[in-house]
Every structure is written in C-alpha cells, then in structure tokens.
Design a protein around this ligand. Structure first.
Ligand code: ATP
Ligand code: MG
Length: 431
C-alpha cells in the first residue's frame, strides 16, 4: 500500500507566511476579552464521550454524525466538537462555580467535527469562545453579545448582521413541541430518516436540519416566539432594549435555533454573506439548564463560539489588513571562518536584549549573505572581517537608506545599536 502521509481532508496547516493572520485575530480577541473581564481557561482536547452526548444532545447533528470518538482501554473518549461542554465541566470540577458570580472565562481552542469539508467548514477548526456563569439576567446576555460585537468591530469586519431569537425555556417549549409535532406529523413522509426519529424525541432539531427538503418544510413551521412564557418573553424584550441602548443593531430571526441542545432563551448569530454558504462567524446563547444537567447546582449561564477560520476568511475576502510581524533588526555577515565566532558573540548579545539578529549558518559567501539579508528584510547589516575585529569598529548599513554608520564594537555596542535601531524605527513615523 502506498504510504499516505498527507494532511487529512478538512484540516489546515498554518505556515510562518500566514501566521500573522492568526496573531492579529488572537491579539484582538484576547485584548477585548480582558476589557470585559474574561479570564483564559485551557481544557483538554478530548473528554469522556458522555460529556458531549449529555450536553450537546443525543439528537443533534454533532452527536449523531460529527464526533470523532475512540475507545481506549474500555473507555470511550471524544475529540472536543465544541468548547462549552469541556469548559463548563472544568469550571465545575475546579470549583470556579463556588466563587463570586459571575464567573467569566474565555478560550482559544481547536474543535473536531466529521463534516463535509468546504470553504468555511473544516474537520479541525478553531474557536475563540467565552462562557459566563451565574447570571440569569438579560443584562448578562447583552454583555456577552457586546463583547462579540466589539471584537467584530475591532477586527474591522464589515457586512456582519446580528440575528437574535429566543427559544424559550422547558416551560414554554412543551406547548411549542406539541405544535411542532402536529405540523411535522402532517408531512412526516417527506422528512429525512434522522428527522423522522427527531419528530418523536426532539422536534425542534428538525428546524436545524441541513437537508434541503427538511429545511423547506421547516420554513413554514410554527415559530417559538409565539409560544414564549411571560418570563422568557420579558427576558427577550429587556435584551432588545439593552442592545438598543448599546447601539448594537440586530434583527430578530425566529428561524435561529442553533445546533446544540443545551440552549435556552436567548440565541444569537453574527452572519455575513461575504464568505459563501457557511456565513455564521459567531454563534451563541444562553444555556440555563446545562450545569444542572451535568450534575451541578442550578446555575444560569451563557456564551458564544467564534469560528476563527471564518473570521480570517471574511477578513481576506473584505481586504482587511493583518498586522505585520516584527522584522529582522540586524544581519551580521562574517567575511570568513575567523570572523564567525565574533558574529555569533555580537548576535547573541543583541538577542539577549530582545532584537532579532541573524548571522550566516549555511556557509554563504559575502555577496550571497547580502542577498539573504535583503530577503529576510533585515533593517541593518554589519560586515565583520579582520579589519573590523582588530580596529573594534564596524559599519552598520541601513538597508532602507543605504546610509552607513560607524559603530564601536566595545562594551557600549549594545547601547549604541539600540539607539540607532530605535531612532530608525521611529524615523518612518515622524516623516
Ligand atoms: P454551522 O451552522 O455553520 O454548522 P454550528 O451551529 O454547527 O455552525 P456552533 O457549534 O455554534 O456552529 O459553533 C460556533 C462557530 O464555530 C460557528 O458559528 C462557526 O463560526 C464555527 N464552526 C462550526 N463548525 C465549523 C466547521 N466545521 N468549520 C469551521 N468553523 C466552524
Ligand atoms: Mg454545524
């Protein structure tokens, strides 16, 4: 059999050429999360399968079709398909929920789902997500939505629509389920096989089915907003008024139910039409029953997950600039073997001060070294030969202006180089 060591379908490599896109996004989400008081949490890449079947829900696409599970020594594990379940599990297991409420955490992690790979839909993808536990109030919903909104603005994303809905609580959902059942029962024969079983177990899941026939049938189904109990309806009205006060534009979309079972009351999505069919860049909502479902005390909570590949795709398609990585400060070119140890010594002295400094490690001649220094965009080059070593002075060449500055290779070398490099850094700014 031929050896197959290619990247699996639906996964991506990020090479140094592309890493600045990720660094840009990661820096912005981290700084926004900090401003809203969310602290970072890190959780395992895999969990006991039971955690996901219990929280995401038996009848969801994720659990029924998309999980990567393995049996290892009699225990069934699953690669995390989403971030909420593991994060809430960790918050419970580490006692975070016994501390002052609300508890607010964020994460940047990879998720794994066996889906059909296409633009914006991968088998390994990355999410920035947040979870806030301990508040049942709509002001918490507004706060979480405001964080996602502020990130989207900071990133510079355009043409993003916020869609919100309420999917009620178990109380109002009982009546709604009956109405849905009655509706879908009348067209049962046309539903896909998965949805036929969903009709009995969890008719709301049919609303989220991706099959064209089911979604066509679902488009005329009764909507939950007509069935909300007073508490849920009041919660939704307050959230809308807070969003208005925050000057966050939204539309109410009764079709949004979200793909995971644990949601209650508020659900929301930030959607764009600029990246094709997979346009949801961020999705989230409230899940007041989840913590209890997992064996904890009743603790209302909510959060969102933002698909980072989709965010980057949107930025690319909209021509948004990514931050540039810091360039090489200095290339030291030894003229021969004898000069090499000096190049190493000066390079490492500057590296210890935080500069990016390179010298020849592949045995290039002087001309080829200069070409290479140009290729890596070094701000300065410094040639070292017998003369420089014996006179303890060298010339720093500014690669942008061609200007040469003499520099003493004595104990003031580091300080002198810093002064020159810093003034060069700012020269562009002051021009
Ligand atoms: P979709 O409707 O696109 O399948 P979902 O409802 O399954 O999304 P969530 O489970 O809410 O998505 O995940 C939150 C976010 O993660 C999504 O809004 C999206 O940006 C991103 N996401 C989900 N699945 C994928 C995937 N397979 N590839 C890339 N990003 C994804
Ligand atoms: Mg999905």
């Amino acid at each position: 059999m031929a050896l197959n060591i290619k990247r699996p379908n639906g996964t991506e490599d990020v090479t140094p050429k592309n890493i600045s896109k990720w660094h840009t996004v990661e820096r912005i989400v981290r700084s926004a999360a900090a401003g809203f008081g969310f602290k970072e949490i890190r959780v395992p890449t895999f969990e006991n399968t039971d955690l996901y079947t219990r929280s995401v829900g038996e009848t969801t696409d994720v659990v029924q079709k998309e999980m990567y599970s393995v049996i290892a020594k009699d225990t069934k594990f699953t690669l995390r398909p989403e971030g909420t379940a593991g994060t809430i599990r960790a918050m419970m297991q580490n006692g975070l929920l016994n501390d002052a409420m609300p508890q607010k955490v964020f994460y940047i992690l990879s998720c794994f789902r066996h889906e059909r790979p296409q633009a914006g839909r991968l088998r390994e993808f990355h999410q920035f997500g947040v979870e806030m536990a301990g508040s049942a109030l709509p002001s918490a919903d507004a706060d979480v939505i405001a964080l996602a909104y502020s990130i989207i603005n900071e990133l510079g994303l355009k043409n993003i629509q916020l869609k919100i809905n309420s999917i009620g609580c178990p109380k109002c959902r009982a009546k709604y389920h009956e109405a849905l059942k009655a509706y879908f029962e009348s067209r049962k024969d046309e539903l896909c096989d998965t949805c036929k079983t969903r009709l009995e177990k969890n008719p709301m899941r049919i609303l989220d089915c991706k099959s064209p026939i089911c979604s066509e049938i679902a488009s005329n189904a009764p909507i939950i907003l007509d069935y909300l109990c007073e508490e849920c309806s009041d919660h939704f009205e307050k959230l809308k008024s807070y969003l208005t006060a925050l000057e966050i534009e939204y539309t109410v979309d009764p079709k949004i139910v979200r793909g995971l079972d644990y949601y209650t009351k508020t659900v929301f999505e930030f959607v764009t039409t600029d990246i094709g069919a997979q346009g949801t860049v961020c999705g989230g909502g409230r899940y007041d029953g989840l913590i209890e479902e997992l064996g904890g005390n009743h603790t209302p909570a909510l959060g969102f997950g933002m698909g980072l590949e989709r965010v980057i795709l949107t930025m690319e398609n909209q021509g948004i600039a990514f931050e540039e990585e810091e360039g090489c400060s200095l290339y030291i070119a030894p003229m021969d073997e004898n000069a090499l140890p000096y190049a190493m010594k000066y390079a490492n002295q500057l590296r210890n001060e935080g500069f990016w400094v390179e010298y020849d490690t592949v045995g290039r001649g002087l001309k080829a070294q200069m070409k290479y220094s140009d290729k890596i965009g070094a701000a300065f080059t410094m040639v070292l030969g017998d003369n420089e070593i014996s006179s303890k002075t060298a010339k720093l060449k500014n690669m942008k202006t061609g200007e040469q500055i003499e520099i003493a290779l004595d104990d003031k070398f580091i300080g002198s180089f810093s002064d020159i490099a810093v003034s060069e850094m700012f020269s562009g700014v002051l021009e």
